[in-house]
Structures are given as C-alpha cells and as structure tokens.
Design a protein around this ligand. Sequence first.
Ligand code: GLU
Length: 418
Amino acid sequence: MATLFENVLAQLDKVIKVAHIDNKALAILSHPERVVEVAIPLIRDDGSLEIFRGYRVQHSSARGPYKGGLRYHSQVDLEEVKALAFLMSMKTAVIDIPLGGGKGGIMVDPKILSRGELERLTRTFTRAIADFIGPNKDIPAPDVNTTPQIMDWVADEYGKIVGHPEPAVVTGKSIEAGGSLGRDTATSRGAFVVLNTYLKKQGIPLRGLRIVIQGFGNAAEPLATMLSQESALVIALSDSRGGIANPKGLDVAKAKVDKENKGTLSESLSNQPKGTKIISNDELLITECDILIPAALENQLTKENALNVKAKYILEVANGPTTPEAEEILVKRGIPILPDILVNAGGVAVSYFEWVQNREGSHWSAYEVDRKLKELMERAAGGVFVSADKYKTDLRIAAFIIALERIAKAMALRNPDT
Ligand code: GLU
C-alpha cells in the first residue's frame, strides 16, 4: 500500500489537471523544509531503559511559523508525519491564518506508560527538539493521544530551557496554564460549522439525519455530542477496540460517561437503548447512514471497503482517512467527501487564537472564541464551495487549489527565486 505521504502528493497531480499552480512552488512543496528525528531514552518505572523514536517535520514556513500537532501512537513513522505536516500547511492556508505547517510525534502507545513515564518522555522529547521549536518558529499542539497536560509539560520544559515562561511555544494547553477557552472542542465545532454550511447550501436539515462516527476521541466525542444535541441521530460510534450501533439512535451522553469510567465504548452496551449491538470498526464503516464521519486515523476508507460504503456524504474529521483509490470509487458513486483540510481545521484555528492571546497577553471569552471560529470556518467553507463551482471539481481538489494558490503566492512575493 502507498504511504500516506505518497497519497497526499498524489493529490497535487490531480490539482494541476484543473488549475494552474506555479511548478516551482509545487516542486518545493513536495519536500518538507526540515525533518528532525530524535532518540528519546526513557527509564521505565521498573528501572529498565527503553528508547523511543520521535519526529518533528517542518513542511512549509512560506506563510508563517510552522504549526501542527504532536501525535503519540505506535504507528507513528516518518512517512506519516511528513504527510501530516504537508496537510497542516494546506489547512492553515485553506482557512487563511498566518502560519505554516508542521507535525511531530513519538512512536509509542501511551496507554502502556504510567503518568510519570509519560511526563518524562514528553520532557525528554521537548529537550531534544527545543532548538527547532519556539513561538516564532514552530508551535506544536495536541493530536492523536496527546492532551492539554502533555502540552503544559512541553511549555514548562521549554520555559526552563529559555529561562522564562513562554506559553506561546505550544497550543492546546490547559486553561490555567495559558490555554484558550474553546480549544478542546474546536476541531469538532469547526467540523460542525462546515457540515451545517454545506447542508444549508444543499437545503438539507440536520435534524433526524443518521450519523455514523468512527472514533470517540479528542475530535469525535464532542462532535457526537453536538450532533445529538441538535437532534441528529447518532447511530454508530467506535473506539480503537470496536463500536456500538443502533439504527434508532445511541445515547451519546451515556456513551461518554461509560467510556470515561470504564475505558471502552463496548462497556456502554447495557446503558444504551434496546437493540444496541456491538460492531467492529469494519462493520461501522459500511453501516447504512446519511453521513459517515471517519474521525480516528488515516487510511480507513480503502479500495477494499469503498464499494460497500452506504453513506450519502462523508465528513472527514480525521486526517487522511480516505485513500486516493477509495476516493475515486466514492466520487464515481456520487458520494461527496467534505475534505479533512477544511473540515478539521477548527482545531488549528483555535490554536491560532490561543497563540495570539498568549502573545498579546490576553484572554478571550468562550463566546468570543466560538464566534470568531464560526466566522472563520464559514468563510473558509464558502471559499471552498465557490472554488469547486469555479473549477468544476470536487471539494478536496477545490480546497487544495485555494491552499496551493495562497502558498505559491506567498513564496513568489517573498522570494521570486524560489
Ligand atoms: N492536531 C490538529 C490538526 O491535525 C491541530 C494542530 C494545531 O492545533 O496546531 O489539525
């Protein structure tokens, strides 16, 4: 199977078939500007030594300092991080915030670590990449399996190195440690705004739509909650160990409590409405529904399952959940895909707000954050819909065109030789 990086680069070939983007810019953007790979030694609680691998990939700084999350996952590798860094450059450009794109991570399953081990690992990683990050250089944030607490440790360790508190070095911190209100739900709120903007354009009410969500983490859980509060019918949910489904609708609030208390969604079965059953992640993706929301990891919709997808629309909350082969099949089948680089950009949008607040030494209200996020996401979504009409293309290509045009223009203006 092609790597995620190969998959994202394949998008560029599609873009140049419908729009003119400067060749030099495309060639430059096909390579990350910098790749940092580090070894992270950790003395485990039992006294043994284990070495983990960590990465920070800085893709493009054409529009501002690098920006993007840190992922802790056993599948993290350089190709994945390169792809995710590339997608961050696209995302910050699609929503037009003055930042570039980067991504990092550690190849580790954080569930095997104690809290102390997690903290030591994070602090050692921060020291290893400290020369490359900073509020004007590269600003990490949460991603898969990373939390506000982990961001607080990064900020604290970095502050010790530079000799003063520097909260703007990282976003997604706890509120008490300089985080922004609304950051925890920003990715889901942004996705919710994009979905609503799209449905409004199509004249489809959200009420009663049957929604299937793969995932129940940082992004998926608040989105499931928002959708069920707006009277959509969440009919299937999953976590890494499997899912639960009920064609008449699940009780998302109870699923959340059970997941928090018992660790897995399947433990929520007895608290769910009659008729709820356990399903696998594979079954979930082919459940009949109106909107399928992959909100976990990449490469979930593949050529193996795309023909069996029974959704009317796909809302990509995860990064890179659809392979190019699957996309071809889904597009042919007339299933529109609302693309990740637009849909999940609410997270980095509020990260940007947090960075601005840290730099100006202020604190915005939750109302102000949500209002600004809504405005920004509606504008970005509207831009993508207009671009799709203008170029007569799908929403992903339309979003890529906007991003690449903006980045190429910044490159040309700053230095015509590149
Ligand atoms: N990890 C998130 C993403 O993939 C957020 C990145 C950020 O806030 O910088 O978009």
